[in-house]
Structures are given as structure tokens and as C-alpha cells.
Ligand binder design. Structure first.
Ligand code: FMN
Length: 170
């Protein structure tokens, strides 16, 4: 499978460790993995201007780093969203990357998806999980797995192994 991982963290610390573990496991299982460091990109929010659904014919009127993600949204067999929790949701950069897919409606080929979330406290992931499940149900994409880490679980061997094994089993 061609797997696209979107990492919403602006840093390379806890979420990056989850992404690396996933990537190692998926590559070991023979999958083709591409990582997109969304948290470091400049992606504006959707304007809702409908240019993409009229004159733009599937292209966005805003020219920014979202253009780097669009091929992955069109071609990946699996999409993985990885993000730290900022105020009980995924980062603003990740939300922009999710919502700008409006120009094509939804990931076009993806049949599977996964969510990797890093937070400080255990009670902080629920909003993002609800959003992710609703989005995938809307897009008709199977949720293959949701893995959360909080506090000391971040970067722990146990959590990294859990993620690696999950990815190996895809
Ligand atoms: C602006 C900001 C908001 C945060 N909000 C939350 C939160 O609501 N709940 C929580 O448990 N952790 C929160 N955190 C902590 C991060 O989710 C946590 O440190 C995470 O592991 C960071 O991942 P990273 O190393 O990939 O950036 C917040 C951190 C920042 C910088």
C-alpha cells in the first residue's frame, strides 16, 4: 500500500517518535510510506469561496503548502493523521490540512486510515477521536486504528512497540 502520514506537530519530539515507529513498522511490512511534516508547513484555512467547485475545477484559489499534500490526498491507499493535542484538538496546522481537502471533497483512493495522538494528559484526546471517526465515516474510509499517548507513554518503548506492531500488521 501507498501510505501517507500527515504529522501536525511543529516540533520533532513526541508525535515525530510515533510517526517514526509507524513508518518503521509499515516499511518492514513492505508498504511505501511518505511523511508530510504539516506542522512545519504554511497552510491557510479554507475560505469557503467555492472557487474549487466552480472555476477552479478541483484546484484551490490559495497557493500555499497545501499543494504539497494534494497528490497524497489523491493517491494514497491509506492516510495517517498524527498530531499533538493542542487545547483538546489537533493542531491548527493539521486542521487546515484536513479542511482544505474540500477542493476534492475527501481523500480519493484511501481505503484505510489511522490516528496517532500525543498529549500531556490522558483525558485530552477525545475531541480529536470524535472528529476523526466522523470524518472517516463521511469519507467512507475504514478506521484501521487509533493510538494515543500521554505523559510518560510518549516516546516509551512500550508505546513505540505498540505502534510498530500495529503498522506491521496492516
Ligand atoms: C499550545 C499547546 C497546547 C496544548 N494543549 C494540550 C491539551 O489540551 N491537553 C494535553 O494533554 N496536552 C496539551 N499540550 C501538550 C502537548 O500535547 C504534548 O506536550 C505533546 O506530547 C506534544 O507533542 P510534540 O512533541 O509532537 O509537539 C499542549 C501543548 C501546547 C504547545
Amino acid at each position: 500500500m501507498k501510505i501517507a502520514i500527515f504529522n501536525g506537530s511543529p516540533r520533532k519530539v513526541n508525535t515525530a517518535a510515533m510517526v517514526q515507529a509507524f513508518s518503521e513498522g509499515a516499511k518492514a511490512a513492505g508498504h511505501e510510506v511518505e511523511e508530510y511534516h504539516v506542522g512545519k508547513m504554511k497552510i491557510a484555512g479554507c475560505l469557503g469561496c467555492e472557487y474549487c467547485h466552480t472555476k477552479g475545477e478541483g484546484t484551490c484559489v490559495q497557493k500555499d503548502d497545501f499543494e504539497k499534500l494534494l497528490p497524497a490526498y489523491k493517491e494514497a491507499d491509506m492516510v495517517v493523521f498524527a498530531s499533538p493535542i493542542y487545547y483538546f484538538t489537533m493542531t491548527a496546522q493539521m486542521q487546515a490540512a484536513i479542511q482544505r481537502v474540500y477542493c476534492i471533497g475527501k481523500p480519493l483512493k484511501a481505503k484505510k486510515a489511522a490516528l496517532l495522538l500525543s498529549a500531556a494528559s490522558p483525558g485530552s484526546h477525545e475531541g480529536s477521536i470524535t472528529q476523526f471517526k466522523a470524518y472517516m465515516a463521511y469519507a467512507n474510509i475504514e478506521v484501521a486504528g487509533i493510538i494515543t499517548a500521554s505523559g510518560e507513554e510518549n516516546k516509551s518503548d512500550a508505546k513505540m512497540n505498540e505502534i510498530k506492531e500495529f503498522a506491521k500488521g496492516l
